[in-house]
Ligand binder design. Sequence first.
Ligand code: ZN
Length: 145
Amino acid sequence: MATAATAATAASVAPGTQLPRHAMATETPQPSEVTTLPSGETAYAWKLMASERAHIAQMLSVDVSEITLDASYMDRERDECRTCGKYMGLDDLVHNALYGGIHGGPFILDVLQNGPRGQSPAHVVFCSRCVTKHEHARYWAVQWI
Ligand SMILES: [Zn+2]
């Protein structure tokens, strides 16, 4: 579990007003499958959508074939952005980390390909299309499949 302090840190390093807006068309996702991971955690499988995969590849300047994961395993269902209607995705987390100066592209790509390194802090999430701050911070599972 993340503390209020880690959430506050994430918010302070990812000011939404400084993030770029990406005018991407996106699909409406299917409801996430709720699953129990080998670690015992309950997780919502955010199955990567084609638009989400393409957006991530574009941001990381890699071929879409390098974005190999099928889904990310998150603590909650995706929320719909209350401003523009885009559903929260892994592309938003990548966008926020990259353009917020939190992680570099090579690190992010490694996590996407090889899974997260230990406990995720709370990630305050800004919509990558309109930079509205989502109400709920997100965690991802300690272990991916
Ligand atoms: Zn939005």
